[in-house]
Ligand binder design. Structure first.
Ligand SMILES: Cc1cc2nc3c(=O)[nH]c(=O)nc-3n(C[C@H](O)[C@H](O)[C@H](O)COP(=O)(O)OP(=O)(O)OC[C@H]3O[C@@H](n4cnc5c(N)ncnc54)[C@H](O)[C@@H]3O)c2cc1C
Length: 244
């Protein structure tokens, strides 16, 4: 573990409850697309460090984070109040499960399922040409409560003709999908909307966000033959929970 001081280069409110921070990359620091970083306010105790997925691909000029302001949370409201020029502590040893290299080779469709700021890693994954060039289609399914929470994805993600971004908006009408991700998946609406089948022989999947969504989607896909990597063997599905 190497804890260093870094600076907030940009702090932007991107949704009612989400702030985007762009941090300076300390010299010698690198990360893989899909990894997360541990950060803390200067002077914080060990229990006040928190993990945030890096929303910028490897080699980017900033470490981009999307931070949800958790009501009553000990740390996130303070991080959401940071301003340009403020200092933040960063653990330069990045890690994470959502590494495309862990997926079995040979997939043609990359599916990314996220709720809320769980979309952060996938903004990086879908913006990394070294990953996107391997796939014919990339489908990002983003579960949110309100439209307001969907807008920043389109602003930060690198758009391409391969990419479909599908919002599942649960508390406001008017979306193509107005259901929770697990429900829209089980009734076939997600595949119908994408016009692509989820099949372990052709699809590769990453899932990130709230544990209920992660658990439901993971078990629905397991029933259809998707497995997570185990014992050095690559699988077709990767998962990361924001909390237990
Ligand atoms: C690998 C990993 C990556 C993460 N990446 C991100 C990220 O990119 N963006 C992000 O906003 N958070 C992310 N988190 C969650 C983050 O680490 C903190 O848990 C979150 O910011 C709450 O911290 P807090 O101190 O405010 O809340 P605490 O006082 O620690 O309370 C934690 C509780 O807040 C709730 N909670 C945690 N995260 C969220 C959330 N995102 N939305 C709603 N409720 C939540 C849960 O009920 C949890 O039990 C990630 C967590 C992990 C483990």
């Amino acid at each position: 573990m190497a804890e260093v001081r870094t600076k907030v280069l940009e702090a932007v409110q991107v949704a009612d409850n989400v702030v985007r921070l762009d941090l300076a990359v300390p010299e010698g620091t690198s990360w893989k697309t899909g990894e997360f970083a541990r950060v803390a306010l200067p002077g914080a105790s060990e229990s006040e460090w928190r993990c945030y997925s890096i929303a910028t691909p490897t080699g980017s000029p900033t470490i981009g984070l999307f931070i949800a302001r958790v009501k009553g949370g000990a740390v996130s409201p303070k991080l959401c109040s940071l301003k340009k020029g403020d200092e933040l502590m960063l653990d330069t040893e990045m890690m994470g499960m959502l590494l495309e290299s862990r997926l079995e080779e040979g997939g043609k469709d990359l599916w990314l399922f996220a709720t809320g700021t769980g979309v952060a890693s996938f903004v990086a994954v879908a913006s990394d040409p070294a990953i996107t060039e391997k796939y014919e289609n990339i489908v990002l399914v983003h579960g949110v409560r309100t439209w307001n929470e969907t807008q920043y994805v389109g602003h930060y993600i690198v758009k391409s003709s391969k990419l479909q971004v599908m919002a599942c908006v649960t508390r406001e009408k008017g979306a193509l999908i107005n259901q929770r991700i697990p429900d829209a998946l089980s009734c076939g609406l997600i595949e119908k909307t994408a016009d692509i089948k989820l099949d372990p022989s052709t699809s590769r999947v990453m899932i990130c966000g709230n544990p209920a969504m992660v658990k439901s989607v993971r078990s629905a896909l397991k029933e259809r033959g998707f497995v997570t990597p185990r014992g050095g063997r690559p699988g077709q599905m990767l998962v990361e929970n924001f909390w237990m």
